[in-house]
Design a protein. Structure first.
Lengths: 308, 272
């Protein structure tokens, strides 16, 4: 997703002279083309994320459209108060870009795992939270971020993320993408776990279950219209995210459900509370957390039996 | 009155407003506001290229009060400079009022950036200064920090960023009153000037209550080409009210009726 993001950002910078890219000393080589084309609008801000986020706030107050890039925990947690006060509070049109959603940096250890960022970013006032589901969405999200009026958090995967969309979908912040209509239940995914949701839907299809497959790339604000439609039609929602179950996408949908008055069951797939102490890659940790097509399909089948 | 005498008169008016606000709002930090009143008067009645009738002018100089708790001084100065009517100051620390104990963004005309958590303002200012460079604009950015604030690591991240990029349109002023919220700052801050110089800044030290020195110093920024400037302004916390000077009580205590009366006698009765 990061290459797709930078492709989108380069196209954006081509037509909008206000676009500025800051990196916290990460992204070796991937920004070379951007830096060569826009040398006055590319800055390695160094390993100093707190300063970088406030600088992004200042650039936005000065009329520019900064994007500040680092690995998720460093782009969100290290500098949380800077994002809160200097971007969100000031209503600065700055985009915080986190690379490495979920277990994308699995082998790097728990310091690099990104399982709390959605929860924390979405509780910040004025913040919009966007988690593209594949490289195609990531490129479109970069373009969309460029015209977004306020603070935005863009949560990317890493490199080599599977492509889901065979053609560019009509991407719009706050509007979920329905990949297949389905008639039995709704699988609603956010972020880089989308290909797993696609595979789960395929398995369920073989079991005779027709899924409405949704990429809800925008976690804040939620696409409430689509959620309401799914809840009314199916009476059960399944959310899927590579993120902790406390405060993440599933929690957001649960909060909406509780407040909406809609009668509907909710089953959320995400990661359990806890740090990883053993090493492993993204696939290993997804397996460990039950974030596999097989596990999700089985759980959905059982839940649907309970509903019947 | 000459220019400097006029600024001194303005500063007295600002100090009078500060103690009235702290009294009416029953708020702390009166001594922090008094500490920086001369610096703010020198900026708003001298150095800053601003026009209260066009507070959103893109080419205006920017000011960020990184020591947000000193905002009574900023509110009073903005009112004195004519950015909004004096009555607005009555909204300070009142339920539903616009003027909080730390400023919210664009709460009144002339107030650009919200502050309140220490260690943010210099980075914000560096971002604004960089925006001016990128867009080839001529505005300058002035950031006022407290001395105790310089213990925040992010101040030095910002110092490194601005120093290494030669942001000569950025000016930091340290209100060096030698007090933190719990005691003296000197032991852990000194040598303060050497630290800034080591981070690539041009540094000068002045008496932060001397209107002549402040005016002359602001007139010669940047001190060197391609370097941000820092002015270490030696100040007295609580300056202008004898019983508040160098007395940490007044970091916390709101003035009562009697304190207000005495303070105003000292501020407004004093001719200089």
């Amino acid at each position: 997703m990061r290459n797709a993001f930078i492709r989108g950002l380069t196209a954006l910078a081509e037509r909008d002279r206000r676009v500025v890219l800051l990196t916290g000393d990460l992204g070796f080589k991937i920004f070379d083309d951007f830096a060569a084309r826009f040398p006055r609008r590319f800055f390695n801000a160094g390993v100093a994320e707190a300063n970088m986020m406030s600088v992004a706030g200042g650039l936005a107050l000065g009329g520019l459209r900064p994007f500040a890039y680092s690995i998720v925990p460093f782009a969100t947690l290290r500098c949380l108060e800077q994002i809160r006060n200097d971007i969100c509070y000031q209503e600065a049109a700055a985009t915080v870009v986190g690379v490495g959603g979920g277990y994308s940096y699995g082998p790097n250890g728990a310091t690099h795992h990104a399982l709390e960022d959605i929860a924390i970013m979405r509780c910040l006032p004025n913040m919009t939270v966007v988690c593209p589901g594949d490289p195609v969405e990531a490129e479109l999200a970069a373009l969309a971020a460029g015209t977004h009026a306020g603070p935005l958090y863009l949560r990317l995967g890493r490199a080599g993320d599977e492509v889901v969309h065979t053609s560019p979908p009509p991407f719009s912040i706050g509007r979920a993408l329905v990949l297949s209509e389905g008639s039995d239940c709704a699988l609603i995914a956010t972020g880089g776990i989308l290909p797993v949701a696609v595979a789960a839907a395929e398995q369920l299809a073989r079991e005779g279950i027709s899924c409405r497959l949704v990429s809800m790339h925008t976690v804040k604000p939620l696409d409430e219209v689509l959620l309401r439609r799914c809840a009314a039609e199916f009476g059960v929602l399944f959310t899927i995210e590579e993120h902790g179950l406390i405060g993440g996408f599933g929690s957001a949908v649960g909060e909406w459900l509780a407040a909406s008055g809609v009668r509907c069951r909710l089953r959320s797939f995400g990661t359990r509370d806890g740090f990883a102490h053993l090493c492993g890659d993204q696939k290993y940790f997804r397996q460990l957390q039950g974030l596999t097509a097989e596990h999700i399909a089985r759980q959905v089948l059982e839940a649907l039996k309970d509903c019947a | 009155m000459t220019g400097v005498d006029s600024i001194r008169a303005r500063t007295r008016a600002i100090r009078g407003r500060i103690v009235r606000m702290a009294h009416a709002g029953r708020t702390p930090h009166v001594a922090s506001a008094l500490s920086c009143a001369d610096v703010l008067a020198a900026l708003y009645f001298g150095a800053l290229r601003i026009d209260p009738s066009t507070p959103e002018d893109e080419e205006r100089d920017r000011f960020i009060l990184s020591k947000g708790h000193g905002c009574m001084a900023l509110y009073a100065t903005l009112a004195e400079r004519g950015f909004f009517p004096e009555e607005v100051l009555e909204e300070y620390a009142r339920d539903g009022g616009r003027l909080a104990e730390h400023p919210s963004p664009r709460c009144v005309p002339g107030l650009d950036a919200a502050t309140g958590s220490l260690g943010h303002g210099l980075s914000l200012g560096a971002g604004l200064a960089l925006a001016a460079k990128i867009q080839e604009q001529s505005f300058r950015v002035f950031v006022l920090l407290s001395d105790a604030e310089c213990a925040e690591g992010s101040v030095w991240e910002a110092a490194l960023f601005a120093g290494s990029r030669g942001l000569d349109n950025l000016v930091a002023i340290v209100d060096f009153n030698k007090w933190s919220a719990m005691g003296r700052t000197g032991s852990y801050l000194e040598p303060l000037a050497d630290k800034w110089k080591a981070f690539g800044w041009s540094c000068t030290e002045i008496d932060g209550h001397d209107a002549d020195a402040l005016g002359a110093t602001f007139a010669r920024v940047p001190f060197e080409p391609s370097r941000p400037a820092v002015i270490i302004a030696h100040t007295i916390k609580g300056k202008g009210v004898s019983f508040m000077e160098n007395n940490l009580e007044w970091h916390y205590r709101p003035p009562n009726d009697n304190d207000l009366k005495q303070a105003l006698e000292e501020i407004e009765g004093r001719e200089s």
